[in-house]
Ligand binder design. Structure first.
Ligand code: IPM
Ligand code: MN
Length: 332
């Protein structure tokens, strides 16, 4: 029995979670889901966007699947609390184009590794007489551990190059630390190619020559921005999954949010949530089942018949899930 915490959250988070678990249920695995709440609706019921009970549960199970939450104004987002509480310091965001999906580029396959614990997400923001100030914290420890994570990831997955993305021409001290840490750690990986680009140039290269990228490693906010840009390259946010990884826990979530305006219609694209579940299966070392689920989804995308509106189809979220499950059951 593999115990999994399931946090559906709000809006389309709940809908895509239903779709993903519907597909997971037909795998040859003994998954035991334990549901927990977080987000806007949770706040309305309990007064907390992320109750201790939910945090404690995620610490006890083998992995967590997270849908999406709606932010409560004036309160820290539940996902940021989870990343912090569980020290999920690495955020893996694969940018991949799939056949059958209307993508700006074909054959794209790179991975953004976003530092997930500090930078402009340190929460050190305050009002001043003139306005407000946010502190961008960049430590050697976090920069070295995310660099090591990126190099190890590249090595493990057979990739060739790691690109550090920063703005050290302006943020000389903070991004100086980040860049130096990257090259220092990189010395231990002689077989991997290393390079670094400024973030503004990187944003342009995403549009002009994205095939040069393999693995990118960057600080928190740059990773946040570049991953949405990456989604735009390959068909939108409905297709980009993510893995939040720490030394003890893993939490898997689509890059998209709860999309309140689309919620309740049952038409959200479940692909990013399903791909997040695939990343979870790999994390759990269930590689065969991960490949089966991924292949089933890719086949459905490729056929393009039973897919949601954003993919050019007319299927509902659950109709697409049923199609993926049917495909999966036909793959031995
Ligand atoms: C993401 C999201 C979050 C972030 C928000 C919801 C706090 O945009 O996972 O990319 O900024 O990290
Ligand atoms: Mn984001």
């Amino acid at each position: 029995m593999i115990k999994i915490t399931i946090i559906p959250g709000d809006g389309i988070g709940k809908e895509v979670m239903n779709a993903a678990t519907y597909v997971l249920d037909s795998l040859e695995l003994n998954l035991d889901y334990i549901f927990a709440s977080a987000g806007y609706e949770c706040f309305e019921k309990t007064g907390s966007t992320i109750p201790d009970e939910t945090i404690n549960l995620t610490k006890k199970t083998s992995a967590t699947l997270f849908g999406a939450v709606t932010t409560v104004p004036g309160h820290k987002s539940a996902i940021l609390s989870l990343r912090k509480e569980l020290d999920l310091y690495a955020n893996i965001r694969p940018v991949k184009s799939y056949p059958g999906v209307n993508s700006l580029f074909q054959d794209l396959d790179f991975v953004i590794i976003r530092e997930n614990s500090e930078g402009l997400y340190s929460g050190l923001e305050e009002y001043t007489d003139e306005g407000a100030v946010a502190k961008r914290v960049i430590t050697r420890r976090a920069s070295e551990r995310i660099s090591k994570f990126a190099f190890d990831y590249a090595q493990k997955t057979g990739r060739k190059k790691v690109t550090a993305v920063h703005k050290a021409n302006v943020l000389k001290k903070t991004d100086g630390v980040f860049k130096d840490s990257f090259y220092k750690v990189g010395e231990e990986y002689p077989d991997l190619e290393k390079e670094d680009f400024y973030v503004d140039a990187t944003a342009m290269y995403f549009l002009t020559k994205p095939h040069i990228f393999d693995v990118l490693v960057t600080t928190n906010l740059f990773g946040d921005i570049l991953s949405d840009e990456g989604a735009g390259l390959v068909g939108g946010l409905g297709l980009i999954p993510s893995a939040n990884i720490g030394d003890k826990q893993g939490l898997f979530e689509p890059v998209h949010g709860s999309a309140p305006r689309h919620a309740g219609k049952g038409t959200a694209n479940p692909a990013a949530m399903m791909l997040s579940a695939v990343l979870m299966l790999d994390y759990l070392e269930e590689h065969d089942e991960a490949r089966r689920m991924e292949k089933a989804l890719i086949d459905v995308l490729d056929e393009g018949k039973v897919v949601t509106g954003d993919l050019g189809g007319t299927a509902s979220t659950m109709e697409m899930a049923a199609e993926v499950r049917k495909k999966l059951e036909s793959l031995s």
